[in-house]
Design a binder for this molecule. Structure first.
Ligand SMILES: [Zn+2]
Length: 176
């Protein structure tokens, strides 16, 4: 996971007992999980990707888009952000690419997608059901999880504390 936004203050780590200088309020994956599961040779031959989209050729082709899964931090204006990948149908991907530079695209209806990133500190998050909402040109779409009792969906609904943000940092830093 790459670090997202950084909050200035560090924190005392319960895992290793030392002070870490930064407490990130977000992390991101560079590609969908399926990409990492491909043999290196296939990554070169079958994958078309940039920072925001990824197409993996196969039977059938798989279409992915980067999106922000935002979790409110209780009492704060800015949310915690997991930048994740979501798998879209071919039709949804086509529409997404067609409207990539279209002013007003944020008025498009949301489209269905399968979460394609396995996030640390939760029970399996792969293939959770989501709706992907377009934002204005230049901004990443955001993900609305199906409102289940999965801890990630509960966090998106109810928000998290700073203590939970630190717990996530401990897990990511120490690579759980
Ligand atoms: Zn530590």
């Amino acid at each position: 996971m790459n670090r997202g936004q950084i909050v200035e203050e560090g924190f005392h780590c319960r895992r290793c007992g030392i002070w870490h200088d930064e407490l990130p309020t977000g992390y991101g994956a560079e590609a969908p999980l399926l990409f990492y599961q491909l043999p290196a040779r296939d990554r070169g031959e079958r994958v078309e990707r940039d920072e925001e989209t990824c197409i993996i050729r196969g039977d059938p082709d798989a279409y992915f888009i980067a999106a922000n899964l935002e979790i409110p931090i209780i009492g704060e204006e800015s949310p915690f952000v997991w930048t994740v990948w979501v798998s879209l149908s071919e039709a949804s991907m086509e529409r997404t690419l067609e409207h990539w530079e279209t002013p007003g695209r944020e008025n498009d209806p949301p489209c269905f997608g399968w979460l394609s990133t396995d996030l640390p500190t939760y029970p399996a998050t792969l293939n959770l059901k989501t709706m992907v909402h377009t934002r204005p040109v230049g901004e990443r779409p955001f993900v609305e999880l199906e409102p289940t009792n999965h801890p990630l969906a509960v966090e998106q609904r109810d928000g998290i504390s700073w203590d939970r943000v630190r717990q996530i940092a401990e897990a990511v830093l120490h690579d759980d």
